[in-house]
Design a protein around this ligand. Sequence first.
Ligand code: G3H
Ligand code: 13P
Ligand code: ZN
Length: 336
Amino acid sequence: MTVRMISYKQLGLANTRDMYKKALKGGYAIPGYNFNNMEQLQAIIRACAETESPVVLQLSKGAREYANQTMLRHMAEGAVGYAKELGKEIPICLHLDHGNSLEFAKSCIDTGFSSVMFDGSALPYEENIAISRKVIEYAHDRDVTVECELGILAGIEESVLADKSTYTNPEEAADFSTRTGCDSLAISIGTSHGANKFKPEQCTRTETGILIPPPLRFDILEMVQELLPEMPIVLHGASSVIPEYVRMINENGGNLEDAIGIPEDQLRKAARMNVCKINIDSDGRLAMTAIIRRTLAEKPSIFDPRQYLGQARDELARMYARKNREVLGSAGHAFD
Ligand code: G3H
Ligand code: 13P
Ligand code: ZN
């Protein structure tokens, strides 16, 4: 198998350095939207061009295996071209989400990624530092930026299922950043991956039975930013698990129980602090599934994928645009 080596610069992509510097100063967060297929990517670009927002396009290891690395490189180049065609040359970063080895990070960097995450959060502390440093050295030699992670998020993280969160220790975060030289740091303050972020017993209920999750640990975020005022912070597991989509899925043959996410007002607050990227994958999955289920249930005779995927894509674009405007605050900042 021959894979052509290419730098992200040849694809028209950007690393995160400038984006985060501006986000930190401007008090907003860049969207880290995950994608696996063309319709998701089209929706992200359409929404970010329309709202004039910079964007980090995220690919997990699983997404890269699903979509194929050569296809993805051309899709990323296509995304840059599509934004241009829409008349908005917004900054676009192609980022490896939850990379778990030096070899994998190298392979992404060599095939057009402008940013990589090395997620050593489940490793012993010194081992996380040692591998992070190697990834950073390789990446920085090629002007690629690196996100690292400290603290464990509950939920599924690249097939590792953590039952409970281990919050990030702010002093460790300061030590880790100094010793690795990472460009951004993902921390654990109570978010988690997937559509079931909290167990019902961790929540309170309103009179009408709606579950209210426990608040994020803003005290930890404050301590981290006091110790590391210039460090761009990343929040993973930050989908809001929008109830309208969960209802639509369940009303059309799905079965999602006790799905609950992070309230938007808390993400807005985090975005105004030193959180410079907010990762959202599950909300995109839920919106897409909801619209596909509803469309197929309402029109049982259709079988052209464009009919249900097209509707899902339009809804996704609306959702991302609203998030950029109302939650992340990144709208209007593409050309700062
Ligand atoms: O953080 C995990 C992302 O949601 C990616 O999930 O590994 O199923 O693609 P995935
Ligand atoms: P969600 O599952 O909350 O969308 O989190 C996505 C994520 O953190 C990707 O890295
Ligand atoms: Zn994540």
